[in-house]
Design a protein around this ligand. Structure first.
Ligand SMILES: [Ca+2]
Length: 73
């Protein structure tokens, strides 16, 4: 598996709890994509951390050159 991805974080305005938008751009190199289960864990400056969050939806995510957007909290 060779995944080349960039992750951007932004806090959602107007939500009662902190929500984050995770934008993943999978690279254009050969075999950059994956069908593996992908997770993210967010860590704060004061030692807080989220559980391991699955990045998955109804689409075929993390394909070569694709941008995937996830909303997690
Ligand atoms: Ca995939």
């Amino acid at each position: 598996m060779n995944v080349n991805a960039f992750i951007f974080l932004s806090q959602y305005p107007g939500e009662s709890r902190t929500m984050y938008q995770i934008i993943v751009k999978t690279g254009n190199k050969s075999f950059a994509g994956t069908d593996a289960n992908v997770y993210i864990q967010l860590h704060g400056k004061k030692g807080q951390e989220t559980p391991r969050l699955s990045l998955d939806d109804e689409k075929n995510n993390f394909e070569k050159g694709q941008i995937d957007v996830f909303k997690v909290c």
